[in-house]
Structure formats: C-alpha cells, structure tokens
Design a binder for this molecule. Sequence first.
Ligand SMILES: [Zn+2]
Length: 190
Amino acid sequence: MEEPLEILRKLGALQTGHFRLTSGRHSDRYMQCARLFEHPSESEDLCKRLAGAFQLGGTSADTVAGPALGGVIMAYEVARALGARNIFTERENGVMTMRRGFKVERGERVLIVEDVVTTGGSVKEVVEIIREAGATVVGIGAIVDRSNGGVDFGVDFKALASLDIKSWDEAGCPLCAQGIPMTKPGSRKV
Ligand SMILES: [Zn+2]
C-alpha cells in the first residue's frame, strides 16, 4: 500500500521547492490538501484508511462532522466508509456554527475530521459545538498532522501522516542564501 505522503506528493498536494507562504515566511514545502480531493479515487482510499484506523481502535461513530471547507469532502468520505451520517460546520460572521438544519442528538457519537491539523483551532470549535448539543466526540481524524505534537484535543487523535514543515523569515531563509529561485505553488513537481 502506498504511503499517504507519497500519494500527497504525487498529486501535488505536498510540494517541495522554495515557497513564499501567505504569512510572508519562506518554506521548502507547501501543503494544499485540496489537491488530494481533486482526485476522488485517492481521496476515497485515504479516507477509508483513516476510518479503518478508528474502527480498529474500537471506535464507532454515528456521525462524522468536519469544518468547512477543508473538512467537508473529507467528512463525507469518512462517513461513507463508516456507514455513518455526515454533517459539516461553517463560519458565520467568524463564528463556527452548525447551519442548514444539521443537528446532533444527545448521546450521539461524533467523529470529527479535518484535512490538515496545524493549530487545531477549527477542530476545537467543532468539538465545542458537538458537546454543547449533548453529543459525544469519540475522536478526531486528520489526513495530515502538522502540529508537531503540539495539539491536545483530550480525545483520541489519529492522522495518516505527520509533517513538520519548517519556515523562515526571508533574512533567515537557507534557500534564499543558496540563491534558489521561488517556486510558484500549483506547479506540479514530483
Ligand atoms: Zn527564501
């Protein structure tokens, strides 16, 4: 079975080069998980593996919830693999909410998924919404954990891959120091 990071690389979801991030910092890698979901078959494969990891751990879920946008397609695929219901949360005036008539019942078992977990901020907001409704958060799943072990959700957290992406300000960038030209994100580099 192909390694998750290898699949992400092949699809251009994980790129190597010399990038200027939106923060202005420079990095040698660039992650755009949407490029995975561009390919339904690979998305299904990876989401199935994640669902399987929770099933092996004995976790059953009635519902899979993901925050928009990154968690929407992913939650759908994981829910399909688990035979569970699928909902998503989204921001309204900056506040994470459950809209569109989505509901969770008291005691319902909810698995929360997000494509990439960095600070875990959005996921924590979803956890709060689910708990406020009286449902139980049975776990958190991600394709990629970029938190470098720095996030604790207080529940079972599983990711298919861990990735520590380093970044530097321009003055401290070793790639700039070597005169390596900037890579345009989106260009596929295998
Ligand atoms: Zn640089």
